[in-house]
Design a protein around this ligand. Structure first.
Ligand code: GGG
Length: 334
């Protein structure tokens, strides 16, 4: 999972803040990375502002950097998300987006018992991008599901739960009663992988999942989903644990990964210095683990959880602290 650098080399980490609060939370997470390890950072531009300035949302050099760096830390994509984050995931060869949704002690959560991991298909579904405007009245979208991508995700899900004794199986969320060909293929292929690997797996209709997870999140553990469903359902889970400022993610490929908070650009607070940096710092923990440094990952997670528990809080968590104050509190614990 992720990249391993050759002995002795300093890992190269691409840093792409993107837009909006990406420019506030990514530098905060870079300070955390600088505190726990030795990394060579290279910053690059992408997003709405880059589009305005250069005519391209994702310059070729930014794509190339993500495609060659050992790991990439990304912030947030705005209106140009389709032209930024999807190609960047492709650049790192990612086929799965891991999105843990955990309620942390001390944080006011709708469902404090929530502890979920979403494994989101990361290459196709409706995000494969075959959209057309046919007439003034009609637009269409072709949904792509392949056995190849579904099997790869199924294999990953089996390996994921087998390597982690705290998980004893996974649930496939789908809508195969309506999208019989696409979600039917997805569900059946992932389930076949589970059977082949001897991993426990069950299924749930994704609309029913949305209700059940609100009422009783303990019913679920690891959820394997198609691309759009994973995007939406993990945001729903963010609402259960205290907000989008808390969910990290890892876009995992065979050789390297791209790590980003689940949240977007938050234009309502961008530039005010009050964005919650926790999700990006927790993404940085996943990044260092992908480079083989589990100790650094544990240290970051412990420091962030400690601050969430009894340190300064940004307004999204009911506090009045700034990004700077939260970052200083995390750095002090490191
Ligand atoms: N950092 C996550 C982000 O930029 N979210 C905005 C967005 O639209 N994301 C779409 C996606 O995650 O597929």
């Amino acid at each position: 999972e992720g990249a391993r650098t050759d002995g002795g080399d300093v890992p190269e980490v691409a840093v792409i803040p993107g837009d909006g609060i990406g420019h506030e939370v990514v530098p905060a997470a870079v300070e955390v990375l600088e505190t726990v390890g030795d990394y060579a950072f290279t910053e690059a531009e992408a997003g709405d502002a880059t589009l305005d300035e250069t005519g391209e949302a994702l310059p070729a050099e930014t794509y190339e950097l993500a495609a060659t760096a050992d790991a990439t830390l990304f912030g947030a994509a705005g209106e140009s998300a389709a032209d930024v984050i999807l190609p960047l995931r492709e650049a790192v060869g990612s086929f799965v987006n891991i999105r843990p949704a955990t309620a942390y002690p001390g944080v006011d959560a709708l469902r404090p018992e929530t502890d979920l991991v979403f494994l989101r298909e990361n290459t196709e579904g409706v995000y494969a991008g075959h959209e057309d405007r046919l007439t003034d009245d009609v637009s269409t979208l072709t949904r792509v599901v392949t056995e190849t991508a579904s099997r790869r995700l199924g294999e990953f899900a089996c390996e994921y739960v087998r390597e982690r004794p705290e998980h004893d199986g996974f649930t496939v969320a789908h809508k195969a009663n309506v999208m019989r060909e696409t979600d039917g293929l997805f569900r059946d292929t992932v389930l076949a992988e589970a059977e082949r690997a001897g991993v426990d797996a069950d299924t749930v209709l994704m609309d029913a999942f949305a209700t059940h997870v609100c009422l009783d999140p303990d019913r679920f553990d690891v959820i394997v989903c198609p691309n759009l469903a994973g995007d939406v359902l993990s945001d729903l889970a963010a609402g259960l644990v205290g907000g989008l400022g808390l969910l990290p993610s890892a876009n995992v490929g065979d050789e390297r990964g791209l790590f980003e908070p689940v949240h977007g650009t938050a234009p309502d607070i961008a530039g005010e210095g009050v964005a919650n940096p926790a999700a990006t710092m927790l993404s940085a923990a996943m990044l260092v683990e992908s480079l083989g440094d589990d100790d650094a990952g544990d240290r970051i997670r412990t420091a962030v959880e400690g601050v969430l528990s009894d340190g300064p809080r940004t307004p999204d968590l009911g506090g009045q602290a700034t990004t700077r104050e939260v970052t200083d509190a995390v750095l002090a614990r490191l």
